[in-house]
Design a protein around this ligand. Structure first.
Ligand SMILES: Nc1ncnc2c1ncn2[C@@H]1O[C@H](COP(=O)(O)OP(=O)(O)OP(=O)(O)O)[C@@H](O)[C@H]1O
Ligand SMILES: [Mg+2]
Length: 241
């Protein structure tokens, strides 16, 4: 087990990409246990690619990923999930033709998460009352915001030790964006460790203990979220003023 002073996860010197195309170049990030860590940056900066590499959906070409003191660089995706590395993917990817409850139950299919499913399902419905109301409804019939809550709930059912939350506010109305950020705050208060990627840079950095600004597959700047917000260059280039 890692102590509170050491990171739960570190990515060092990571490069990766698609086919012959390099996207991530020499990425260094670390995530402290119990923290919200934000990856912000424009469209196409490489945030999702980094999330996929951490989840094991893309191979590391060089560099290393360590989780809870262990090198997981070559560990396959399903084993990473088994260790509690859980991706809530961009675009939500709920099973539209299954019910809300079925989607949540599918989050709990790994050995790690198979115990007490009923109790944890009820806890999820308590956390997301809207999902309880829609328990038997097809996931595809819900709004984008509701589907995002479902995607997060499904991820939580996997008993994550780190939640990789990839662009959870993408395409959502402002009121739902606010709700997603209040869910993130609640999760942090409950002790979850979150790596969040967002184009909504200001909100993400406000919510984050630590932030990384990603540009062209590289970390351009990093620091405590609030400090980044106060930097004139960050305001001008990433926050629109
Ligand atoms: N499957 C793929 N094959 C080839 N190139 C890809 C693939 N997916 C993404 N890319 C490219 O990788 C780069 C980084 O994309 P990525 O999706 O990681 O960015 P992002 O920061 O998540 O952007 P967004 O905020 O739009 O989600 C882009 O140039 C994109 O075109
Ligand atoms: Mg993305």
């Amino acid at each position: 087990m890692s102590s509170a002073s050491e990171p739960l996860m570190t990515v060092s010197g990571l490069s990766s990409g698609y086919g012959p195309v390099t996207i991530l170049r020499d990425i260094d990030i670390s995530v402290a246990p119990g923290s919200v860590t934000a990856l912000v940056g424009a469209n196409g900066a490489g945030k999702t690619t980094l999330m996929k590499a951490i989840a094991g959906l893309l191979p590391a070409w060089s560099g290393a990923i360590r989780f809870d003191g262990k090198d997981i660089t070559r560990v396959p995706t399903h084993e990473r999930v088994g260790q509690g590395i859980v991706l809530v993917p961009e675009g939500r990817m709920v099973f539209t033709l299954l019910s809300v409850e079925q989607n949540l139950r599918l989050g709990a299919i790994t050995p790690r998460a198979r115990d007490n499913i009923g109790d944890r399902l009820e806890a999820m419905f308590k956390r997301f009352p809207r999902l309880q109301e829609r328990r038997r409804q097809l996931a595809g019939s819900m709004s984008g915001g509701e589907q995002q809550m479902l995607a997060i709930g499904r991820g939580l059912m996997a008993k994550p030790r780190i939640v990789l939350l990839d662009e959870p506010t993408l395409g959502l109305a402002p009121i739902m964006v606010k709700q997603v950020f209040s869910v993130i705050e609640e999760l942090k208060a409950d002790g979850y460790t979150i790596l969040l990627s967002e184009q909504n840079s200001r909100l993400a950095l406000e919510a984050a203990d630590h932030g990384y600004i990603i540009e062209n597959g590289r970390v351009q700047l990093s620091g405590p979220g609030r400090e980044l917000i106060d930097m004139p260059d960050v305001r001008r280039l990433y926050l629109g003023r």
